[in-house]
Design a protein around this ligand. Structure first.
Ligand SMILES: *Cc1c(COP(=O)(O)O)cnc(C)c1O
Length: 369
């Protein structure tokens, strides 16, 4: 192993807090309440049932989830929700579903929904390569639901405003859940793959309004039926025991820190520091349009794309990991999830400045720092 400290800007599975990793590692060896590894305990044991309960309570507390919503623990990733949502809420309804096409994952959700009914793409920025969010669209009043992605992980755009919708709102919050305060009551169903900001891969969190789940009247395959998860306390089959446990530790960490209100401030400060550097450094430029920039995934590139490989190599020497942009997008992407310390962003900014000074003749580049 290299001695260089690693600053993990990976987009997912992503950085988790060190104390969380340590406690999870200990529990893999032996988990106190049972005296067995967390990997080998029964999911029906009272000890694990209390883990599920506590994880649910933490989700409820951190996001202020109203009582008439269920918190569910599923598997299959956010990608399984791309099909589970239309299978439950579009199939057989003689309505179309309204979707926003604002990025790679939203487009994947649309593709899946088309298997189950009519999809109405009411706004898209695909033709320009998703540098911004669609605007000026209207949600049809007869739609089965409206689906959008709150944070476009690959393109680095984020939607902040709550949508005024005449129909149920479903949101893929995989990459910004728990990063900021949200008003759950504005949504009918929220889903998130855990590996972006909640825990390790293998767990998907769903927060759903009970009346919305109960609007499903047709038979749905058990493992794809939200009602089954709710009515069985997410234990219809074996849940992802370790992933739930590690997510619980991470949410405990977040609660001790002061919750989403506190972390949101830190996330803003981290993103501001990096965007400021991108905007003033002559070698770099942002990819997403300013007014729609994401605080979670900062996408940027070099004025001269030929320099990018060189900068990546340079940055790697200083422990920068995971800053290469998504394979179809290129450039760079620095993901600034909750567990990434401010110091890591500072280290990346220092690295960009040092690189710039090393190739621009001294005196011709006037940093303000
Ligand atoms: C990563 C991601 C997905 C895909 O998640 P999986 O858990 O890998 O299926 C979907 N939506 C968004 C916004 C993501 O960031």
């Amino acid at each position: 192993m290299s001695a260089t400290f690693k600053h993990n800007f990976g987009a997912g599975p992503c950085i988790l807090p060190q104390p969380v990793l340590q406690r999870a590692a200990e529990a893999v060896k032996s988990w106190d309440p049972v005296g067995l590894s967390i990997l080998e305990i029964s999911h029906r044991s009272p000890e694990f049932e209390s883990v599920v309960k506590e994880t649910e309570m933490l989700v409820r507390e951190l996001l202020n989830v109203p009582d008439h919503y269920s918190v569910l623990f599923l598997q299959g990733g956010a990608s399984m929700q791309f099909c589970m949502v239309p299978m439950n809420f579009l199939q057989g309804r003689k309505k179309s579903a309204a979707y926003l096409d604002a990025g790679y994952f939203g487009a994947k959700a649309i593709k899946e929904a088309q298997l189950f009914g009519k999809v109405n793409v009411i706004g898209s920025t695909k033709d320009s390569g998703y540098p911004r969010l669609p605007e000026g669209y209207a949600i049809p009043e007869d739609a089965a639901y409206f689906h959008y992605t709150s944070n476009n992980t690959i393109e680095g755009t984020q939607m902040w405003a709550n949508v005024k919708s005449p129909v149920p709102v479903i949101c893929d919050m995989s990459s910004d859940i728990f990063s900021r305060e949200i008003d759950v009551s504005k949504f009918d169903l929220i889903y998130a793959g855990a590996q972006k900001n909640t825990g390790p891969a293998g767990l998907t969190i769903v927060i759903a309004k009970n009346s919305f789940i109960d609007s499903v009247k047709h038979p749905v395959s058990s493992m794809l039926d939200y009602r089954i998860y709710r009515d069985n306390g997410s234990m219809y089959n074996t849940p992802p025991v370790f992933a739930i446990y590690a997510a619980m530790l991470n949410l405990q960490w977040l609660k001790v820190k002061g919750g989403v209100k506190v972390i949101a401030k830190e996330n803003l400060a981290k993103a501001q520091l990096l965007y400021d550097e991108i905007d003033r450094n002559p070698l770099f430029k942002g990819k997403a349009e300013k007014e729609h920039r994401s605080l979670m995934n900062v996408t940027f590139q070099m004025e001269n794309p030929a320099d990018e490989a060189d900068f990546l190599k340079y940055a790697a020497q200083f422990g920068m990991v995971g800053i290469k942009g998504y394979r179809t997008v290129g450039g760079f992407r620095a993901s600034l999830y909750n567990a990434l310390p401010f110091e890591s962003v500072k280290a990346l900014v220092d690295c960009m400045q040092a690189y710039t000074e090393s190739i621009i003749p001294h005196g011709s580049f006037h940093p303000t720092y």
